[in-house]
Design a protein around this ligand. Structure first.
Ligand code: UD2
Ligand code: MN
Length: 579
């Protein structure tokens, strides 16, 4: 009995201890959160002030590991130009034709080669938050060379903090080159899923391929690169930090040049200036020094700055935000104009674009497009790109679209397809008008490219003497204007004479003297010119030289000469063209 009591007492004691223990643990264990609480937490986290990048003079940044102690020896190391040993000129000529890049040289340069750190010296001292968003690097490609594509991938893997690099998503846009098939699949296996390869079932063009890549990616941020790039020292954190602080910011690295023939790595701009992306009224992409006010808005030279637009290829954006604003207009074809579509959309619908000087990426600029547009374009580059521009202009530019049509009169006749979904999207996102964008964001466009006066005439310019037409022969000055057959659809034979006397062709102007008529650069910031056309006499008068445009019969040569109404060599007719 005694024993039992004793036992019972012990039992009670033990149970007491166990119960107290359980209660204590239960008390300290986190309680399951109600949905409401969870929602609240999410909101608080969203608006919690994020840690900004911090500049600490003289203290190396937290992600700024030096890449090399000494520059390794070898072809192309240090970003030096390389000349292929025993270069076979025939082979070089043939790969240049096929890829627009000297692949003989590229194949001899290491995939992990070193490149010079070309950043401004301040860039080494920025400290970035440790919890930047995870990133999917999306690379779309069509028939790219092996070593240039692989060097892009290697440079990303070598120079990105692994904790921020979720994956590299490759999108093969229906390439037909053997090395991009099984061989590529075999090669990327070593990266154990970090590099994924998706393939289009038909040719989609780079624009739709990028949207597809973004849809399929898993990172919080998508970061697009062309398939012939090399990323530079500590390129990634500076691109992610602005997005981390505000997920409607798109960030753009500064693009360096990699020479297509020697693979030399070199900055496009030298010196202590920053450039940003703008456009002229024919929607050609341009860069301009940043305005003083933008410069002054920042404390450090190396800080990001606002830009109206970007070149197109390389940028980072929050993935959900990119998809929410409709990614790219799916009606855009193959190549071109998508940079403007995205830029206008982002700015007008409440987001922003910054260029990030501490993030540098090299890109091989090819001299020509080494691929055709396949069935998508029946190999007609001009009209396809102009069709894209027309879509963008019609959806986003409001009354400013008239300046585009003044600059590219033929475009008025093109059919840009159904725009209703894009227009509905603009409404749904409650976007601002283009006037707001011009006034607040892209005001510096007008410094170089003022609003265009109306055209008095446009079309081919036909001589009443020979029935041939004026032909600038090239689209790049200096070039002497000559004569050739009319009825050519070549857009560089379409002239425009505006109300201010400027005679333009494409983005260039025509001037002349007593020796020649020539294609010249239009004076930036001006829209006027020396020409007067008389509808009755059909003569072109040059106000400065006080002479007329004259074609000599014998030699088919053009120059300015004393005006003479009875000379047919001085009579010209504008003929507008129809598609
Ligand atoms: C510039 C951009 C490019 C793009 C283009 C306008 C830079 C450095 N480059 O031209 O990214 O914005 O302007 O649209 O800003 N590709 C395909 N399918 C195609 C054609 C191309 O996947 O049908 C790939 C191509 O392999 C490359 C990328 O798209 O990886 C860009 O093409 P690109 O290099 O010919 O364009 P680029 O640099 O002349
Ligand atoms: Mn490119």
């Amino acid at each position: 009995m005694k024993l039992f009591v004793l036992r019972r007492g012990r039992l009670l004691k033990v149970s007491f201890i166990v119960v107290t223990f359980i209660l204590t643990v239960a008390f300290f264990l986190p309680k399951p959160k109600s949905q409401e609480e969870q929602q609240k937490e999410k909101i608080v986290k969203k608006y919690e002030p994020k840690q900004r990048p911090v500049y600490k003079e003289g203290i190396t940044g937290n992600f700024d590991l030096p890449l090399y102690n000494t520059v390794p020896e070898g072809p192309g190391e240090g970003g030096k130009p390389h000349a292929a040993k025993g270069e076979d000129q025939n082979e070089v000529a043939s790969v240049m034709m096929e890829y627009g890049i000297n692949m003989v040289v590229s194949d001899q340069v290491a995939l992990d080669r070193s490149i010079p750190d070309v950043r401004h010296e301040e860039c080494r001292f920025w400290h970035y938050p440790e919890d930047l968003p995870s990133t999917s690097v999306v690379i779309v490609f069509h028939n790219e060379g092996w070593s240039t594509l692989l060097r892009t991938i290697h440079s990303v893997l070598n120079r990105s903090p692994p904790q921020f690099l979720k994956e590299i998503t490759l999108v093969d846009d229906y390439s037909n080159k053997e090395h991009l098939k099984g061989e590529l699949e075999d090669y990327i296996r070593q990266f154990k899923g970090k590099v994924r390869l998706l393939r289009n079932k038909k040719r989609e063009g780079l624009i739709r391929s990028r949207t597809f890549g973004a849809q399929e990616s898993k990172g919080e941020v998508v970061l697009f690169l062309d398939a012939h790039c090399e990323v530079n020292t500590n390129w990634l954190p500076p691109l992610l930090a602005p997005i981390y602080m505000n997920n409607t910011v798109m960030t753009v690295p500064v693009i360096d040049g990699i020479d297509k023939e020697t693979l030399e790595y070199r900055p496009v701009y030298r010196g202590d200036t920053h450039f940003r992306g703008i456009f002229e009224w024919g929607m050609l992409y341009k860069e301009i020094e940043i305005p003083e006010v933008e410069m002054k808005e920042r404390k450090y030279f190396s800080e990001p700055y606002k830009s109206p637009t970007h070149a197109g290829g390389l940028f980072a954006i929050n993935r959900e935000y990119f998809l929410k604003i409709g990614a790219y207009d799916p009606g855009l074809l193959v190549w071109g104009g998508e940079n403007f579509e995205l830029s206008f959309k982002i700015w007008q619908c409440g987001g922003s674009i910054v260029w990030v000087p501490c993030s540098r990426v090299g890109h091989i600029y090819r001299g020509f497009m080494p691929y055709t547009f396949g069935k998508l374009g029946q190999n007609r580059k001009g009209p396809i790109v102009t069709l894209n521009y027309k879509r963008v202009v019609e959806v986003w530019m409001d009354e400013y679209k008239e300046y585009f049509y003044t600059r590219v009169p033929m475009a008025r006749q093109y059919d840009a397809g159904d725009l209703s979904e894009q227009i509905a999207l603009r409404k749904q996102l409650q976007c601002k008008d283009f006037k707001w964008y011009m006034k607040n964001v892209a005001y510096d466009v007008l410094y170089k490219f003022p609003l265009l006066p109306k055209n008095l005439h446009w079309g081919e310019v036909r001589s009443m003497l020979t029935s041939q037409c004026l032909d600038p022969m090239s689209s790049q000055p200096p070039s002497v204007v000559s004569m050739s057959h009319c009825h050519s659809s070549r857009s560089n034979k379409i002239f425009r004479l505006n109300e201010e006397g400027q005679l333009g062709v494409g983005e260039r102007c025509i001037d002349g003297d007593t020796h020649h008529i020539k294609l010249v650069f239009c004076r930036l910031g001006t829209v006027d010119g020396p020409w007067q056309y008389n509808d009755n006499t059909k003569m072109f008068y040059h106000r400065l030289h006080r002479k007329c445009l004259h074609l000599t019969q014998e030699r088919s040569q053009l120059h300015l000469q004393e005006c003479n109404q009875v000379n047919n060599g001085q009579k010209w007719i504008f003929r507008e063209l129809k598609v």
